[in-house]
Design a protein around this ligand. Sequence first.
Ligand code: AMP
Ligand code: MG
Length: 490
Amino acid sequence: MNFTRPTPDPYGFSFDNSYSKLPDVLFTRANPKSFKNPSLAVFNKSLARSLDLNSDELEADNWASFAGRSIPETAYPIAQAYAGHQFGGFANLGDGRAVLLGEHITFNQDRVDIQLKGAGPTPYSRSGDGLAASGPMLREYLMSEAMYALGVPTTRSLAVMLTGETVYRAEPLEGAVLTRVAASHIRVGTFQYAASIKQPKVLKALADYTISRHFPAFVTHLNPYISLLKAVIDNQAKLIAKWMQIGFIHGVMNTDNMSVFGETIDYGPCAFMNTYNPKTVFSSIDQQGRYAFGNQPMIGEWNLTRFAESLLPLLNENQPEAIRIAGECLDEYQHTFRNNWLAAMRKKIGIFNAEPSDLSLVEDLLMLMYKHQADYTSTFIYLLNPSQLNEQLIDDGAFKNWSAKWRERLSRQAQTMQEVQSLMLSHNPLVIPRNHLVEQVLDHASQGNMQPFHDFLKVLLSPYTPPEDEKYMLAPDLKEDARYRTFCGT
Ligand code: AMP
Ligand code: MG
């Protein structure tokens, strides 16, 4: 993408607004709401620095400009239009409670979206108030930063600001604005929207924009749109493989919540699985378990099929041929997902090279975890130290057989046990944002005590390092976790 970096403002913001140069059906101008008494709940200094922002000024100024008191000079705030399949049903949506300030350009010419979530109504708000409560915004901050530290592509969180105003949900809540940083907010649903309005020029403009912003090398390809489809499929397959590796459940994998660049986006009712069970669902609105842990790879493919459908007119003028091409590209999804998932699972059990029997070795272990309701995260950690494993699991003869097979498999590779151990330790996090701990720190935050949030965040930022306090590693009570429910927080 060609541009010159605009002169930074006193906060270091250097906005370019390339999205707002797209056809105007794709967005609407929308100013963030002005709040009278904003205060910072949490600010991400290291992220600010990595984006070449003046973190001290931003922090000292309470991030007040982001409360809409004074929009940064070079910003051009918009709400983006998009559609999406929500739980399988198509709807026109758009940013109903988010405003894109612009694309900040770093010294290295990296381009990131700076978005305010919960900054008041936009033309897409429908009956919503455009606002957000502090609990869900702090939750997104914690979860997205934890995902980043776990090495999963994700949007980041720069700040949560309390608005000083009340948000009315089932009960009155403290209002907040999350400042979100993303490679872009172009969603599968953005393409669905562009395809649904049946203006070929708009779809082409969006596709060309996405290519020039995220995949500039494709410009010279014979058909850049086929390359775009392949890349989006590839990124998404790899992303979901990472989720599956760490036990992450997105919770609301609607097509509007799927980024074409392949970042985890829209942290609503997400949660980490404790006890291994592919049917695990925590979201209160996911009654049928559509977005259960084990369904995620399949839903990813379903969503990408909707993406491919949107792109059809660009893949080939002849529709049957376009459908054939799309099908061929989509066929790659399963391979990419399986290969990436298996490669990661091998590392989780200390295997360096590939053998055909590895898949069943991994699947047999998962089956045993399921049978004995073993904790997903800690089972991998304790494989080399079995006395700490779930008692029922150790007592099961089938597990003893599995262990013997596994040890034999390890002995067939050239690496020493020390190397095996370090591979396992670098691929099995000791700390994840476990549900009960997330709730505890949010509870304290709602009473004005942010210290437990900061303590937990610090531990989550080094997930492979043993925490000083063992409580961060402990699995919750099984019964309580089974009752745990998450909410969209809208
Ligand atoms: P989400 O479940 O957060 O992905 O949101 C789905 C859709 O509902 C998006 O178009 C949001 O912008 C919109 N939405 C969610 N919460 C609100 C709100 N409080 N006010 C207006 N729109 C909202
Ligand atoms: Mg969303």
